[in-house]
Design a protein. Structure first.
Length: 272
């Protein structure tokens, strides 16, 4: 079963701490492939900038912050430990959800950052700024909640092509079905696999199959999850007319629409 207690957030913190002694380097002429992430929220002078977007580039590595309450985008370079502002006209957002820093971008030094209580803290253009860990999604949620919380889910879903035969079978399901997926918004395996089911849900549209998502805490201490004996995420419980017919776990998430169609087939239901 796929099961993790680690988080991408810890990996990001380690990345920020790494190579602090490396001398500051001049920004590259161009930096492409910044991917939007949902691990942090942006706080400016103690208030959340709800419209801010935070992007990560693993290859540089660097973070590009597009705030709405600051005059300029901010570039964090962990290896150099620097904070710089960037001309907004030199940031190009792409249709696939990524962003690029164009050549010859003019940068202005803002100083350095520090990490305190899991927050990445720095000053920019006279304001106190912090990248604070994004609280996990907990309890019963809809697909829109997952997409709004974690841009990675949207990006992964866009690249997935569900199995056509399985989708046709699911569209023909005539009985009411509920698929409740237990996931952790902090879980890297969930970020890899749950978006596949989001794509399946989107493509099914109006059907007899209803999808629910249940956010788990890191310690798994949730009464509903304990009642249902959920020990790993992602785990989906499938109900037909209110009766549990099976679960999707581990490798069954490689192609969730195929696993679901098998569970809902006459042979699958009779075998449970």
């Amino acid at each position: 079963m796929i099961h993790t207690r680690s988080s991408l957030r810890r990996a990001v913190t380690a990345l920020l701490l790494a190579a602090a002694a490396v001398p500051a380097a001049r920004p590259a002429a161009a930096q492409t492939g910044f991917k939007r992430i949902g691990d942090y929220v942006l706080m400016v002078n103690g208030k959340e900038d709800k419209g801010a977007e935070i992007y990560q580039n693993d290859s540089v590595p660097a973070y590009l912050i597009l705030p709405t309450v600051l005059p300029s985008p901010v570039l964090l370079t962990p290896r150099a430990g620097t904070v710089q502002t960037v001309n907004l006209m030199k940031v190009a957002k792409q249709q696939n959800g990524t962003a690029d820093l164009l050549p010859n971008a003019t940068v202005a030094q803002q100083g350095t950052f520090k990490i305190q209580d899991g927050k990445v803290m720095f000053s920019s253009e006279g304001k106190q700024v912090a990248m604070s860990p994004n609280p996990p999604l907990l309890g019963l949620k809809k697909s829109a909640d997952l997409k709004a919380h974690s841009p990675e889910y949207v990006r992964t879903a866009q690249t997935y092509t569900p199995n056509a035969a399985a989708m046709q079978a699911l569209k023909k399901v005539g009985q009411p079905v509920t698929v409740r997926t237990f996931f952790g918004s902090w879980c890297p395996h969930c970020k890899e696999h749950v978006p596949l089911l989001l794509k399946v849900e989107d493509q099914l549209g109006a059907s007899k199959i209803h999808f629910e998502y249940y956010g788990m805490p890191r310690d798994f201490k949730d009464p509903e999850a304990q009642r249902l004996k959920i020990t790993g995420v992602p785990t989906a419980i499938v109900y037909v007319n209110g009766r549990q017919v099976g679960r999707m776990e581990a490798q069954e998430w490689v192609a969730p629409e195929v696993s679901l169609s098998k569970l809902l087939s006459p042979a699958g239901k009779s075998g449970k």
